[in-house]
Design a protein around this ligand. Structure first.
Ligand SMILES: Cc1cc2nc3c(=O)[nH]c(=O)nc-3n(C[C@H](O)[C@H](O)[C@H](O)COP(=O)(O)OP(=O)(O)OC[C@H]3O[C@@H](n4cnc5c(N)ncnc54)[C@H](O)[C@@H]3O)c2cc1C
Length: 397
């Protein structure tokens, strides 16, 4: 995106796209389950974390969702919106998106060179000298660094770009950690035996002292190692971030989003002769209902009016306020994004040119910006790539 717009903006200059990967755009190909969730119908800064919302907003507004849709249409890629608000190519094939981008870059005159892994980037006179792993050298007056983060390193974005950014005068956030990453839950916990069960749930992030920090609603997927699904992925970076300062910060699951433990106690009290298992099974998968009863030490066949006060309380807490003993995350190999990176305050936001190094621009996931699941991270990549590409030739402001 950045190379394409750099070439379109100034056709008299030569633009070379260097990529260390043997397979170009591997991350696009694996994205969205192979369908590439190109963007979301509504994108604003509230869906992102990292640098300040005002800075993120400034970049996003320069190339919004309507422009993304029009841009891909111009490239021959029609997008369709699904019920979730996510936009995918009508072909349902990520390859369509990648081929269109590569084709458009070539048509704009971009020279694609890969595998060309940049191992050194240094200032030389007014420009830069880049050296590849194979020992080739390339000199350029301008450099756009779009080397991504560290998630799914086998696709080529293995964090090597951070060293290049540092060598050229940038700093990094004190922590760089996985985002949109599945979470591990303690051995023996019942969610691990419910692999494949997915339910709408609320996840709350609470401090060690039990203070509610934030809540998110969405589909929660139980897996053999713990939890995944959109709501767990979205929450992961906030939990990992919170645990840095508060190692006992925890997640609490509300398996019935409509209920608090108090309202659920009321509902159980009103059951009469109906069984608690029956009540739960009408509202969630049977396996989960049984597991929650077992977790609370309650026989699902118990009629509501036979529940002791303690049992009712225990079941209400298990269903509506269950602490989830998260032991960690699955790491960058399973993360869809990287939290942290180069702070946006080190860039001129109108061009994404570096304040630290004249002639350098940065865009995409290498920046300290990470979005929710749903097409937001690509929207950041398109928008920031556009701003960096079109701004590359302008003199530093
Ligand atoms: C499994 C998975 C699924 C995803 N699905 C979606 C989705 O559906 N929707 C969405 O919005 N987001 C999705 N994302 C996130 C999205 O793919 C990224 O946020 C986005 O690709 C970031 O774009 P980027 O260009 O900044 O970095 P990347 O796409 O990571 O590209 C960086 C490129 O730089 C190259 N590179 C790195 N270092 C060097 C070097 N030293 N020399 C030369 N080249 C180098 C790499 O080879 C790579 O090709 C997904 C991520 C993953 C891991």
């Amino acid at each position: 995106m950045a190379a394409l717009w750099a070439a379109r903006t100034n056709p008299s200059r030569r633009v070379a796209l260097l990529d260390g990967a043997r397979l170009l755009g591997a991350k696009i190909l694996v994205s969205g389950g192979g369908r590439c969730n190109v963007t979301h119908h509504h994108v604003d800064e509230t869906a992102f974390a990292g640098s300040t919302p005002a800075a993120i907003r400034k970049v996003l507004r320069r190339f919004d969702v309507a422009q993304t849709v029009a841009f891909f249409r111009e490239l021959g890629v029609e997008l369709k919106r699904e019920d979730t608000g996510k936009l995918f190519p009508i072909t349902d094939r990520a390859r369509t998106v990648l081929d269109a981008l590569v084709g458009a870059a070539r048509a704009a005159g971009v020279q694609l060179r890969h595998p060309w892994r940049v191992t050194t980037a240094e200032r030389e006179g007014d420009g830069f000298r880049l050296v590849s792993r194979a020992g080739e050298t390339l000199r350029a007056p301008r450099v756009l660094l779009a080397s991504g983060g560290m998630s799914l390193p086998k696709t080529g974005s293995d964090g090597g770009g951070y060293a290049l950014a540092r060598a050229l005068g940038h700093s990094l956030t004190p922590r760089i950690f996985p985002g949109l990453v599945p979470l591990r839950v303690a051995d023996g916990h019942f969610v691990r035996a419910l692999s494949g069960v997915a339910v709408p749930a609320v996840l709350e992030l609470r401090s060690a002292r039990g203070r509610k920090r934030m809540a998110m609603t969405g589909s929660l997927l139980c897996t053999h190692f713990g939890v995944s699904g959109p709501v767990a992925l979205d929450m992961s970076r906030y939990l990992l971030d919170a645990r840095h300062d508060d190692p006992q910060a925890q997640l609490v699951v509300r398996w019935l989003p409509a209920h608090t433990s108090e309202t659920l106690e009321g509902a159980l009290r009103a059951l009469g002769a109906a069984t608690v298992g029956g009540y739960l099974q009408e509202r969630m998968p049977e396996r989960l209902a049984r597991a929650l009863c077992a977790h609370a030490g309650v026989d699902p066949a118990t009629p509501g009016h036979r529940l002791t006060r303690d049992a009712r309380r225990a079941l209400a807490l298990a269903v509506a306020e269950m602490p989830l003993p998260v032991t960690g995350d699955r790491g960058f190999g399973f993360a869809e994004v990287t939290a942290g990176g180069v702070p946006l305050r080190e860039l001129h936001l109108d061009t994404l040119r570096s304040r630290a190094c004249p002639g350098l621009s940065l865009c995409g996931e290498i920046c300290d910006v990470d979005g929710r699941i749903g097409g937001f991270n690509f929207q950041w990549a398109w928008a920031s790539g556009y701003v960096a590409g079109t701004g590359a030739w302008r003199d530093a402001s």
